[in-house]
Design a protein around this ligand. Structure first.
Ligand code: HDD
Length: 682
């Protein structure tokens, strides 16, 4: 009686195939399939006469156009997505009945949408913000959605406060300013008056909120969930995504500049990485906690403002996700994908985290307005790869043609089908947690420590990371007009660290705190990005060349760089062919008009121009900026003097060619390191 439920890595792609349409080379038709003979001129009474109402083609075309927008997501409006596959390393049968977490041979199709939270659909990618990291697993037991962020904690503890939080960080309602920024009064007023936000704010002020790439950030399920095994035994679990390229960030000045010159920076990065075959990979990790340890971590595991330090509960790596295909169409896939925490499979269950409980309502509700009715699960990107059968019928945009007369349960006319499945038949069974209590609107006292983990985070930062947090507070609060709010924030964060607040209070026109300080001395090294993986793979190098460059030498270096997975981008006086010695040519993709240093991870100055003062000045500006952003700089032997004159020789992360092989080795090492914080930059 069961349906065909075999799933492989191509299942989703094959399903989408039937919806794809290639218009190229076809006749133009109306939506009714009628071939159209004229598409430039509306039907008129005479050549200079009025357009006729009769023009059904004109009306259809304009009407469709008028309705081409759907409401953007109320949060996470700006996003970018890709298809991929999830493979399990280790059978998790002891912990969960979820089949995709048991079968190490399975290749589960996934769709991942990354996003910023605050900005509108057209805002910039690089704004300081949390990033959404939402994954839809198309499993043989139905869709499972892991809707997380790149930060492991959240601003608030109870979903009833979510509209207040969002109203405070969105542009202010009188003038709709500022876009995609928390640097304004209402947000910081919310923070100071909702002190549970302290821990999340520390992450938002840190470099985690300005990632270098979607490919270089962690993902977290945030809440404590449950895994439940075949015997009905449950464990608490936190989910993690760990990028194989490590966790890396922009610096604030770069992200600001990028917002202007390349607002699509993260989109471009993800799209081109996948197009070039550099498939982003993330390992899935779980922190598992026995139910008997529920109260042993020193904080409440139902509180979404708390993380489980990895040194206390290790992250067990259980599988890997690879993103290997860009979407065919942004709107139908990325814009119409609908995530929902309630999309679970047997073996994955919830806890009473009040933030999670509220989200379970909000996601389904939001899709009803955004996607215009209850049948959004029939939109291709949202369809499970296994069939669905129930007695739901009709509604806007219904596509399924259900056969027969029976659409109710219980019935005799269809043998009482579709019928519920027992757990043994794959039916979802809610974990039978024992619950009792008085109805009460209150927060448990165990949720009241808002500062200890904020201090843990601060203690875990390197000196550079701490400086960036201080700078971020200084920037944000300098944009707050209300003196009182600025002071309230300083006084609040004095509870996290006096070292922190004393470093920025004076810069934001506030008095240093008169009390505060924290007794927390622990740190969690896993929280610092200093300990992340460093790899040269997929990093970019701006290669600055002019005509007459040393052909064989450059060819050698470029070959070595590409062999390491580094992506050279050629910049020259004009785009197109640049001729070097020995008949070697390159194709320049950029000029200084179209490329700025902030768009690249490093720079390699190969040759300066003999006859263009302007070119040399622009190259110098380019390199100055890369230097100020602590990036690796390489220089060929031909520009050694130039580097010396410009005071760059011997500086950290500046590699100048003497011996070609040695230079290339050192330059690759420098590129992997990414930043040279030891530079003395004012
Ligand atoms: Fe949410 C979207 C992540 C709390 C209500 N959320 C949304 C998306 C992500 C998150 C990644 C974008 C999904 C996509 O790409 O389409 N949200 C989180 C995380 C939270 C969180 C990690 C805290 C742990 N969210 C949260 C709360 C509520 C919502 C407490 C409401 C009570 N979130 C929504 C929403 C959105 C959404 C309004 C907007 C668009 C959508 O759902 O599909 O329902």
């Amino acid at each position: 009686m069961d349906d065909e439920r075999k799933v492989n890595e191509n299942s989703k792609n094959e399903q989408l195939e039937s919806f794809r349409v290639d218009d190229e080379g076809k006749f133009l038709t109306t939506n009714q399939g009628l071939k159209v003979s004229e598409d430039e001129f509306s039907l008129k009474a005479g050549e200079r006469g009025p357009t006729l109402l009769e023009d059904f083609h004109f009306r259809e075309k304009i009407t469709h156009f008028d309705h081409e927008r759907i409401p953007e997501r109320v949060v996470h409006a700006r996003g970018f997505a890709a298809h991929g596959v999830f493979e399990l390393y280790e059978d998790m049968k002891d912990f969960t009945r979820a089949k995709f977490l048991q079968d190490t041979a399975a290749k589960t199709p996934v769709f991942v949408r990354f996003s910023t939270v605050n900005g509108a659909r057209g805002s910039s990618d690089t704004a300081r913000d949390a990033r959404g990291f939402a994954t839809k697993f198309y499993t043989e037991e139905g869709n499972y959605d892991l809707v997380g962020n790149n930060i492991p904690v959240f601003f608030i503890q109870d979903a009833i406060k979510f509209p207040d939080l969002v109203h405070s960080f969105k542009p202010e309602p009188d003038n709709d300013i500022p876009q995609a920024s928390t640097a304004h009064d209402t947000f910081w007023d919310f923070v100071a008056n909702n002190q549970e936000s302290a821990h999340m704010i520390m992450w938002i002020m840190s470099d985690r909120a300005i990632p270098r790439s979607f490919r270089m950030m962690e993902g977290f399920g945030v809440h404590t969930f449950r895994l439940v095994n075949d015997q009905g035994k449950a464990h608490f679990v936190k989910f993690h995504w760990k990028p194989l390229l490590g966790v890396h960030s922009l610096i604030w000045d770069e992200s600001h500049t990028l917002a202007g010159i390349d607002p699509d920076f993260h989109r471009n990065d993800l799209w081109h990485a996948i197009e070039n075959g550099f498939y982003p990979e993330y390992e899935l990790g779980v922190q598992i906690l026995d139910e008997k340890d529920e109260f042993n971590l020193g904080f409440d595991i139902l509180d979404a403002t708390k993380l489980w330090p990895e040194e206390v509960v290790p992250v067990q790596i259980i599988g890997k996700m690879t993103l290997n295909r860009n979407v065919d169409n942004f709107f139908t896939e990325t814009e119409q994908v609908a995530f929902h925490l309630g999309n679970v499979v047997p073996g994955i269950d919830f806890t009473n985290d009040p933030l999670l409980q509220g989200r379970l309502f909000s996601y389904l509700d939001t899709q009803l307005i955004r996607l215009g009715g209850p049948n959004f699960h029939e939109i291709p990107i949202n369809r499970p790869v296994v069939p669905f059968h129930n007695n739901q019928r009709e509604g806007y945009h219904r596509q399924t043609i259900n056969l027969g007369k029976v659409s109710y349960h219980r019935n005799s006319l269809a043998g009482n089908t579709p019928k519920p499945a027992s757990p043994a038949e794959g039916g979802y069974e809610t974990y039978q947690e024992k619950v009792e209590g008085r109805k009460i609107r209150a927060r448990s006292d165990s949720f009241n420590d808002h500062f200890s983990q904020a201090t843990l985070f601060w203690n875990s930062m390197s000196p550079t990371e701490k400086k960036h947090i201080v700078d971020a507070f200084s920037f944000e609060l300098s944009n707050v007009k209300s003196e009182s709010v600025r002071q309230q924030v300083v006084d609040m964060f004095a509870n996290v660290s006096l070292e922190l607040t004393n470093s920025f209070a004076q810069f934001v026109g506030a008095n240093p705190p008169t009390s505060g300080g924290s007794n927390v001395t622990q740190s969690s090294p896993a929280l610092s990005m200093e300990h992340t993986i460093n790899s040269p793979k997929t990093l970019t190098v701006a290669v600055i060349v002019t005509e007459g460059f040393n052909g064989p030498n450059l060819k050698y270096v470029l070959n070595r760089l590409t062999a390491e997975g580094i992506m050279p981008k050629i910049i020259s006086e004009k785009i197109g062919v640049v001729e070097g010695t020995n008949g070697i040519t390159l194709k320049a993709e950029y000029t200084f008009l179209t490329a700025k240093s902030v768009q690249f991870d490093s720079v390699y100055l190969v040759s300066a121009s003999n006859d263009s003062q302007k070119f040399n000045q622009q190259a110098a500006n380019f390199i100055d900026q890369a230097y100020a952003h602590y990036k690796p700089i390489g220089a060929s032997a031909g520009v050694k003097n130039w580097m010396q004159t410009n005071n760059l020789a011997g500086k950290p992360g500046v590699v100048i060619e003497d011996d070609m092989v040695q230079f290339t080795n050192d330059f690759i090492t420098a590129i992997s390191k990414q930043r040279f914080w030891k530079r003395n930059i004012i």
